[in-house]
Design a protein around this ligand. Sequence first.
Ligand code: ZN
Length: 614
Amino acid sequence: MIDNRQTPHCRVRAVPIADVTMLGGFWKPRMEANRLRGIPRLLQLLEEHGIVDNFRRVSGRKDVPRRGPLFTDSDLYKWMEAASYVLQSSNDADLDSTLDRLICDVVAAQGPDGYLNTYFVDERASERYTDFAHNHEFYCAGHLIQAAIAHYRATGKRRLLDCALRLADHLTSTFGPGKRHGFSGHPELEMAMVELYRCTRRTEYLEFARYLLDQLGFSSRTAFQGHAVRAGYACCGAADYFSETGDAPTWSALEKLWSDMAEHKVYITGGLGSRYEGESLGEPYELPNLRAYSETCAAVANAMWNWRMLAITGECRYADMLERVLYNGFLSGVSLSGETYFYINPLESSGPGEPWKGERSHERKEWYTTTCCPPNVQRTIASLPGYIYGVADDEVWIHLYQPSRLKHRLGSGTIVLEQETRYPWYGEVKLHVRKAPSGRLGIVFRVPGWTDACRASLNGRRIPNPKPGTYCTIERRWAPGDRISTSFDIPVRLVEAHPRVREDFCCCAICRGPLVFCVESVDNPGIVVQDLFLPPRPAFRFQYRPRLLGGIGTIRFNALVADQKVPLYSTRGSRNIHLKPASILAIPYYAWANRGPSSMLVWLPRADCLLPRT
Ligand SMILES: [Zn+2]
């Protein structure tokens, strides 16, 4: 989470996590699952797999072999960052002391020169800084710095921050213009260095971020390509750097890269990464479904990037993308229990027992050899209260709709604002002013781009024409008891992809509000989901079901099931495919794969394409 309260090139500033209280709703149960189950369990696993012992080994506290791939330090750091965000929103003495204990282990592993990495020590010390493309030393350093800042902001304790500063000083004194050259094989250190500058106001860290971005050739990038997480993290670092400096070439590159991402390369779920090869982005419109890679960490990167673009510009399209990622391609990365995770988030699964059995059954796991995604999910969920609101001079912004209370001190006094809503299942939101500063204040609320129409009123009096895809501002002197009511039309929508997305050609995805829906075999027994077709005029019935999958909205619709016993290739007009009507249930995409192995489909083909009129 960033603290851009003193950042010059910034339209909307973040509010501290501690200023937001979640009052039930969609995300609070997920935050609770994260805090009570996911975070404690992952620490057990980090211990069981020797990831914490790797630090104790370096300090001599334990005589054990080093375990895990060379980037595992970052997994513990991300866990520590997640735990620190939990401490920013709640008092948890046990978690506080667990962090203190782990911090002792981390700090004890630091070398006298500030170097800290549990892999390149002893017999591998000579390999330090020899392979920037693969060795992840800068990446791990970045995650340590982010964890340290989060811990310092949560507790005021400096021990981990001082450790991070020693490492940062080691890096800035070793690398840079006129010194040794190094680069981020996996970007991450860029955003950490900008945040360290924000935390300390020491300009050498900001300059070092500039150096790292220059080493990547960031400002000359024109295409969003390569490893999806790395490409996304580089953009996050660049956006942070721009927001502090106003560097025009950096902004120009960011705009080009964002357009390339949003117009050509992002899944409807907000996921990024079309190829298993190199975990990478594909060509424009290359968006396979069964073989989507869409790593959970890439969704986190996309969320962080859009959050930064939103802060810089105040433009709704970035909030729309942030929301799309959070409710779909990010949230699919974690089970409803909060304890198992996807690394890869496909938009189709053939599951077991299906005609093409060769494909894997896709289920979440609690641990991966490369376990980058689980702690990345955890730090994102733990920091969610910080994404809901924003502030500017004499303005309070509402980016995301969730039952919550903001209590924040502005220059002119304290604002207390409460949101009441059943979003994302229903489109009504009430904003109650509980306390307001004495002067004029703008309340700026988002009208999501996915809605066709929004009605809004202030204390019962209608506000004219809030436009979808924009922020709507009401500026006045506020008094306790004032209320803004908004209602976004939230129909079921059939969404089509650009015709050049060949995999989705002649297909539609079922969407409602910010959610993408899918058809999962568990809900539709006896039907192979890959045989489903949409009739010309499907009828949709939305229903909120409190006892299904932790409480979800479902969509029932009439579909056609094809008997596709035809040859692989037939002369056009010669084959005979029978279609039978069926009643089908769709669930939100994020909720799939929570009931054992299954098959699943997001993009449904249209029957009129199967049987074209001649
Ligand atoms: Zn990952």
